[in-house]
Design a protein. Structure first.
Length: 144
C-alpha cells in the first residue's frame, strides 16, 4: 500500500475510534435526532470552510454539481449509520464488539456486491481471507 494510502488509512482509523467512543459516551437522555442535527451542522460548517479554503471554484456551483444520486444515497446511509450506532450503544452494545460485528456483516455484503454486481475478480485466497476475518470477528464478539 502506498505511503499516502497509509496516511489516509490512519486518519480513517483515528476518526472511527473517536466516532465510536463519542457515540458510546453520548448521554442517553439526549434525543438522537437533536444530537445528529448538531453533529451535522458542525460537520457542514467544517466542510464548507474546507471547500472555501481549498479554492475549488464557486461554492454554489460546487454544491450544485454535488447533487447526484450517489450523494443522496450517501446522506441516507450516513443517517442510518449514525442512528443505528447511537441506538445500538444505548441498548447496551459493547464498544469492543458493536463495530466489529457490523463490519463483519458489511464486509460479507460488499464482497458479494463486488463479485456479483460490480464483477470484480474474486480469488479463492480472497474468499478464504474474508471467511477467516469474519470467523475471527465472530470469535472476538461472541465471548465463546
Amino acid at each position: 500500500m502506498p505511503t499516502r494510502s497509509l496516511v489516509a488509512l490512519a486518519a480513517v482509523i483515528l476518526a472511527q475510534v473517536v466516532y465510536h467512543v463519542a457515540q458510546k459516551l453520548m448521554p442517553s437522555s439526549l434525543q438522537p435526532f437533536a444530537v445528529l442535527s448538531v453533529v451535522y451542522a458542525l460537520a457542514t460548517l467544517a466542510c464548507l470552510a474546507a471547500l472555501l479554503v481549498g479554492g475549488a471554484g464557486p461554492l454554489v456551483a460546487q454544491l450544485r454539481a454535488s447533487m447526484v444520486l450517489p450523494t443522496l444515497a450517501l446522506a441516507a446511509s450516513v443517517v442510518g449509520i449514525e442512528v443505528g450506532f447511537l441506538l445500538l450503544y444505548r441498548l447496551g452494545g459493547a464498544l469492543s464488539s458493536a463495530y466489529a460485528a457490523s463490519s463483519a456483516g458489511t464486509v460479507v455484503i460488499l464482497f458479494l456486491i463486488a463479485a456479483l454486481w460490480v464483477r470484480e475478480p474474486v480469488t479463492a485466497r480472497q474468499m478464504t481471507g474474508v471467511s477467516l476475518a469474519v470467523l475471527g470477528i465472530w470469535f472476538a464478539t461472541t465471548g465463546r
